[in-house]
Design a protein around this ligand. Sequence first.
Ligand SMILES: NC(=O)c1ccc[n+]([C@@H]2O[C@H](COP(=O)([O-])OP(=O)(O)OC[C@H]3O[C@@H](n4cnc5c(N)ncnc54)[C@H](OP(=O)(O)O)[C@@H]3O)[C@@H](O)[C@H]2O)c1
Length: 298
Amino acid sequence: MINVLVTGADGQLGSHLKQWGAQMPDIRIIPLTRRQLDICQTDRFAQYLKLYWPDYVINAAAYTDVEKAEENQDTAFNINAHALEGLGAMCKKYQIPIVHISTDYVYHATDNAPIDESRPANPKGVYARSKYAGEQLLLKSGAPSLIIRTSWLYSTRGKNFVLTMLELAKTKKSIRVVDDQIGSPTYAKDLAQAILHIIRKSAVERIPWQGEIYNYANEGYTSWWGFAQKIFELKGIKIDVQAISSSEYPSRVERPTNSRLDLHKIVRTWQVPVRHWEIALREMLSEYRDKRKMPWQR
Ligand SMILES: NC(=O)c1ccc[n+]([C@@H]2O[C@H](COP(=O)([O-])OP(=O)(O)OC[C@H]3O[C@@H](n4cnc5c(N)ncnc54)[C@H](OP(=O)(O)O)[C@@H]3O)[C@@H](O)[C@H]2O)c1
C-alpha cells in the first residue's frame, strides 16, 4: 500500500485526489483539510508525518485568489511561499517525497509559442510571485520533490470559471469574456490522476525525485471566450458571449496572454495520460449536478 498525505484536501485538486485515491486499490489517501492542518504550522505538519509516516506528500493547499492576493500580500506569501520552507524541511528530514503544485502564471510568457519548463520565470503580480517563491524555497530545502505547473483548473466544486459561467447564465442574456488570453483548461480530476500515476510509478519502480519541474494541463488550447462558448454549447445554453480584450476587463493583475504549456516532458518521462480539454470538460459537465435548477430546467 502506498500512503499519500494530502494537504488542502477540500480544494478542487484535493477533492479529486481523495476520489481518485479511493478508486486505486494500492493507494491510501490521508486527507488533511485546512482545519486539520494549516500548512504554515510546520510543527503540526511534522506531527502528522510522525503519526502516519506517509510514503508521499502532495501539497494541494494554496492561496488561490489571484485578485485578492494583491491586497493580502502577506497571507499569500505565507501560504504559497514561506510554508514551503517548513514543508520542505520536514520532508527532507524524514526523506518523504513531496509533490507541489504551481502555476503557468510563473512563466508570464510574452510570445505565442508553447512554453516548456526551460523557459525563464517571469512572474507578475503577488499570486504569481508568491507561487514562484514557493517553488524556489521547496527546491532550496533539499527535500525529494517534484513540482507540477498547471493552468486554468476547474472542477465540479469550488470557485472556477466553468461554475462561474453556469451561474452567470442563470441571470444574463449576454456576457463579455476575454479573448486574448490563450491556455489550456484543466479538469482537476485529470491533474489528480496524473499525480497519482506519477506517485505509483515512482513507488513501484523506486524512482527518486530531485526537484524536477513539469508542466501538466489538458491538451489543446483556447481562449477564455472559446472556453465559455464550449461550456454553453455542451450544456445547450443559448447566451450571447461577446469577445473582449484583456484591457476591457477590469483586473488588478496583469494576466499572461500566453499560457500554452508544452507537455512533452511529463508525457515522455512519466507516460501520464493527457486528454483533450474538450473531452475532459464534457465529462466534468456530465458529472456536475447543480443543486439549484437552471431557468431553462424549471
Ligand atoms: N485554480 C486554478 O485555476 C489554478 C491554476 C494553476 C495552478 N493552480 C494551483 O493548483 C493548486 C490547487 O489549486 P485548487 O484550484 O485546487 O485550489 P483551491 O480549490 O483554492 O484549494 C486550495 C485549498 O487549500 C486550502 N488552504 C488555503 N490556505 C491553507 C493553509 N494555510 N493551510 C492548509 N490549507 C489551506 C484551501 O482552504 P480554504 O478554501 O478554506 O481557504 C483550499 O481547500 C494550487 O497550488 C494552485 O496554486 C490553480
